[in-house]
Design a protein. Structure first.
Length: 93
């Protein structure tokens, strides 16, 4: 399944800075990944390798944006209420 694959981005046109990690603080991993959209995504139950159009990590607009924003060292913000209609369906953008 796609969850067992790890993809590497070798080249991306973004300036990257090293982050100093204090390994004495055990929350450094959570701080790094806490804003990942998958943790709060209302569609995570539908996200899988058979749902190729919308809910799959290879085409997920939120995961892609989180990666790009995180690489720039910025704070990622997502408001899923603005991403779905009143019926809970994805708004196409």
């Amino acid at each position: 399944s796609w969850t067992k694959h790890i993809y590497s981005i070798e080249e991306i046109d973004v300036k990257i800075e090293d982050i100093k990690i204090d390994q004495k603080k055990k929350d450094f991993i959570w701080n790094m990944f806490s804003r990942q959209p998958c943790f709060v995504c209302p569609f995570r139950g539908r996200c899988n390798e058979t749902n190729l159009d919308n809910f799959n990590p290879t085409v997920c607009r939120w995961l892609t944006n989180w990666i790009l924003v995180s690489i720039r060292g910025e704070k990622y913000e997502i408001n899923f209420a603005e991403e779905v209609d009143k019926s809970g369906n994805l708004i196409k953008k």
